[in-house]
Design a protein around this ligand. Structure first.
Ligand SMILES: Cc1cc2nc3c(=O)[nH]c(=O)nc-3n(C[C@H](O)[C@H](O)[C@H](O)COP(=O)(O)OP(=O)(O)OC[C@H]3O[C@@H](n4cnc5c(N)ncnc54)[C@H](O)[C@@H]3O)c2cc1C
Length: 477
């Protein structure tokens, strides 16, 4: 520690020199063909496509890791997936990327034990649901398990023949609140309460139509879409994060971490991107591969216009808070005789008891979605976990002393995404979906929110590929 005036001056001098050096390196402009903002799967896919065609790319990632919503919690003792894990049999681009980069895949993904139900204040076995007095649904609905209700109705009345039908002008009639359409199909109020879905029906219909083209039209009244996909999917061995990490490795030092993009400006010749640390990057074109919530914090010298500006400002994101557990002691499901996962109509959406890939059962996770998740996110993470634990033990006393909290994760509070997925409100698909992905001057758009046909990780890859093709056509043009 400096104590004399001379020592203090020496330290101050060294600090000034360091600041000057930083300012000098910050002002040196980095020039490439294409800048990609965001190193999630969409940005990395765009980067690889462009690099393979011989273009010089610079990928700027705000975080200290790549992958975005592909995020294996290596820092939690049980190493759960905080984001993506299921790789569907139809994920052509993801599967191709894994093969090309030698990323190992294993069978099945996100497989959970079957569910028991906590509805109307009582825990109910799935076999008893149909005749349970707490089941206040009506007619054929009674045989459908609560989490499968929405998918059941969508399949029963599906108007689309193909996954691309959602962008046809005639599909706008479905850009409404699901409750409005479901009521017209005779759904009971209790079924509506159990479904608790607010996003635009149109976007949900597209996802279901896509699932039907892959898995057929059979209506399984015991499983929701994720359960149906779990067994036919694959997972990345060692965790989903290994995929984006390997993709980033292929791009080498083109990928820069800890670069929070803050400003974008364009001339007739180029586009310049400035990060919060003062570093500046220039290229002929750029691709924004970041979700609209963080993009809304980027300042534009040439502001976005019309529907695109509106979509970036207002796009809703679905929310989801998760609490992860290690299991302790004797299996609670053997003690109480109910299936190990638990679906509830209370403040905790569900408890998923994960079956590990070697068949062992050592982990569980609680999901708290939508407004319920937002509500508990008002608590600090430690208190959030305590709340969830107390609620689970209240519903299912056999869980007492069986769950040890290993971590908490909130996607809405994760600054570089602020949600788990884009989620149009009624009326917004027809207003925004076409216009919001058009290039803004020299800036193109990728990311799962710009998807056309695919979902999840495959939609990120689909969008990165589309944006790369747009850019290549312009550069060659
Ligand atoms: C809980 C959960 C479960 C999921 N499960 C599955 C599943 O099983 N199967 C499946 O296929 N999909 C699943 N998904 C969806 C899948 O994870 C996403 O669709 C996909 O990873 C999105 O990729 P992306 O590149 O569009 O966006 P992101 O992954 O969000 O990448 C965006 C990147 O941009 C960076 N960024 C943000 N702001 C800035 C800035 N200002 N400057 C620079 N960089 C910035 C972020 O840090 C991030 O790395 C799941 C998602 C969640 C949240």
């Amino acid at each position: 520690m400096p104590t004399t005036r001379r020592e203090l001056l020496q330290v101050a001098g060294a600090a000034t020199a360091a600041v000057a050096l930083k300012a000098k390196s910050a002002s040196a402009v980095d020039k490439t063909d294409v800048i990609i903002i965001g190193a999630g799967l969409s940005g990395l896919k765009a980067g690889i496509e462009l690099a393979e065609q011989g273009y010089k790319v610079r990928v700027l990632e705000a975080n200290s890791r790549v992958g975005g919503r592909a995020f294996t919690a290596d820092h939690f003792s049980t190493k759960p997936e905080l984001g993506a894990s299921q790789i569907g049999p139809d994920y052509a681009r993801v599967l191709d990327m894994c093969q090309r980069l030698d990323v190992k895949l294993g069978p099945g993904s996100n497989i959970n034990a079957p569910f028991a139900y906590y509805v109307g204040g009582r825990i109910i076995k799935k076999e008893e649901w149909k005749s349970a007095k707490e089941n206040k649904t009506v007619g054929d609905e009674r045989a459908v398990l609560p989490q499968a209700l929405f998918s059941y109705y969508l399949k029963k009345h599906m108007p689309f023949k193909a996954a691309e039908d959602w962008l046809e002008p005639s599909a706008a009639q479905y850009d409404v609140a699901p409750a409005v359409w479901l009521k017209s199909k005779g759904v009971s109020d209790e079924a509506l309460r159990l479904m608790d879905t607010e996003a635009s029906l149109l976007t949900l219909m597209q996802e279901e139509a896509r699932g039907m083209t892959i898995f057929g039209t059979g209506n399984d009244s015991t499983k929701d879409r994720f359960q149906q996909y779990a067994e036919s999917s694959q997972h990345v061995v060692g965790g989903t994060s290994r995929l984006p990490e390997t993709m980033a490795k292929k791009l080498g030092d083109a990928v820069q971490l800890n670069k929070i993009v803050a400003e974008i400006s364009m001339t007739t010749k180029d586009i310049t991107v400035r990060c919060l640390d003062g570093s500046t990057y220039t290229a002929a074109l750029a691709i924004s591969a970041i979700p609209f919530k963080p993009l809304n914090r980027v300042s534009f010298a040439q502001p976005l216009q019309g529907m695109q500006a509106e979509a970036v400002r207002m796009m809703p994101y679905a929310t989801n808070t998760q609490v992860y557990f290690a299991l302790k002691g004797a299996p609670y499901w053997e003690q109480d005789g109910f299936d190990a996962s638990l679906w509830s109509d209370g403040p905790v959406t569900n408890l998923r008891q994960s079956i590990n890939y070697d068949g062992t059962r050592t982990r569980a996770m609680a999901f708290v979605t939508g407004k319920k998740g937002d509500r508990i996110d008002q608590l600090p993470p430690k208190d959030r976990a305590a709340f969830v634990l107390a609620e689970l033990e209240r519903m299912r006393p056999s869980l007492k002393d069986k769950l040890e909290v290993v971590g908490v994760h909130s996607w809405p509070q994760y600054m570089f995404v602020e949600g788990c997925r884009h989620s149009y409100n009624p009326g917004q698909v027809s207003r925004w979906a076409i216009d919001m992905i058009k290039p803004h001057g020299r800036l193109h758009f990728a990311g799962e929110h710009t998807r056309r046909l695919d979902v999840g990780m495959e939609s990120a890859m689909e969008s990165g590929e589309r944006a790369a093709i747009e850019v290549i056509e312009r550069l060659q043009g």
